[in-house]
Each structure stands twice: as C-alpha cells, then as structure tokens.
Design a protein. Structure first.
Length: 207
C-alpha cells in the first residue's frame, strides 16, 4: 500500500475533457506519493468514468501518485486504483470493505460532525471534510469554517479539507489538524499545475 497522500486532485466533467489533461495530470502527479488524482464524472456515464480513471492510472503509475475513484468501488478495483471516495448515497463503507476485501482505501466525504462520526464508526480510512471555505465549484454551500475542521480532525482520523482551498488556506488547514487538502480549480486551472500542487502540500513537507 502506498503512503496516504496529502493532496487530492479532484476532477470533474470539464476537466475530464481538457485538451491537455494528460500534461496537467502528469504535472500534478509529479509530486509523487504525496498526491492522489480523483476520477470524478458527476454527469458522465460509467464508461466515461472508467475511461478517465484508466487514463489517470496510466499517467500516475510511473510517478507513484495514487488514483481514487468517486463512488464506484467496482470501477476502482477494475482499473487497479488505490482507493474510493464515498459520498452520501454510495455503498456504505462496510459493504465496500467486503466487496474489495480491504484492497482499497475507503475515503468518506462528510459535511458535518455527525456525518464524520458515522463515517468513523463505519471504518472509513480518511475523511474529506467540507465545504470549509467559499467554493466556486459549489457556490450554494455555506462554508463550515476551519473551526469545524479542527473539531473533526481532533477525533483522530486523517482529514482532508475541501472547498476554496489555496496555498495560504492549506497552511490554515494544517494548523487546524488536517492531514491534507483537496482541490479542483486551484490545481487544474493553474498555469503551473506542478507548482500549484507543490504549494498546496508545502505546509506538510516543511514539518
């Protein structure tokens, strides 16, 4: 099993169709095992999710970065990803454990302390906690703030802050006890994806 990453680079339908997706994926993955690329197609088909995930695995494998798949443990297993990010409505963590025989990380996306407690009780390996700051990706969500992140992180399970993440806010997340951060635009829309990825993990590298 690879080391648990510090940075989750979530994709979406727009990013999946970028002309330079390969170059940008490789640049983010170049930070190595500290990064994981997350295959996500909110409006896409299963076939499109598989194609995206397979492509990310091919790109990241030589660089030792990980690949996670949102919602679909079966897809993650089929394409030899390292884990799955489960959301509300996806298979429960215990069912994924049984399906995968413990071969995948089970991350759980949570939006409250109640959800965090339930995910921990179910046996999740890590939590993706948000929305911490105002997010251009989900402008309708009210930010929960670093105080909530700190309370969840204090429970002892690795937590990734998501929502409005920037390099300066990554430092705030670390100071609140987060294991790492997750981002979309801050990585994929930057003219230097490698530099952006490195800046987001820097607070943990310098420890």
């Amino acid at each position: 099993m690879r080391p648990l990453p510090r940075l989750l680079a979530f994709t979406d339908d727009r990013i999946a169709t970028l002309d330079d997706l390969g170059r940008r994926s490789a640049a983010i993955a170049a930070v190595g095992s500290a990064a994981a690329l997350v295959a996500r197609r909110p409006a896409g088909s299963t076939e499109e999710l598989v194609q995206l995930a397979e492509r990310l695995v091919r790109i990241t494998q030589p660089l030792m970065a990980s690949v996670l798949v949102t919602g679909r443990a079966d897809v993650a297993l089929a394409i030899a990803a390292q884990g799955v990010v489960l959301r509300e409505g996806d298979l429960p963590v215990p069912d994924v454990r049984e399906l995968t025989r413990g071969r995948l990380w089970c991350f759980r996306s949570v939006h409250s302390e109640i959800e965090a407690d339930a995910a921990m009780a179910a046996g999740a390996d890590a939590l993706v906690v948000g929305t911490i700051w105002h997010s251009a990706t989900h402008p309708e969500r009210t930010p929960s703030g670093v105080e909530m992140l700190a309370r969840v992180a204090a429970r002892g399970l690795p937590c990734f802050a998501i929502g409005g993440v920037t390099p300066a806010r990554a430092r705030e997340a670390r100071d609140a006890g987060a294991w790492g951060v997750a981002a979309i635009r801050a990585l994929w829309d930057d003219s230097d994806p490698y530099g952006a990825a490195h800046a987001l993990i820097e607070p943990w590298v310098e420890q």
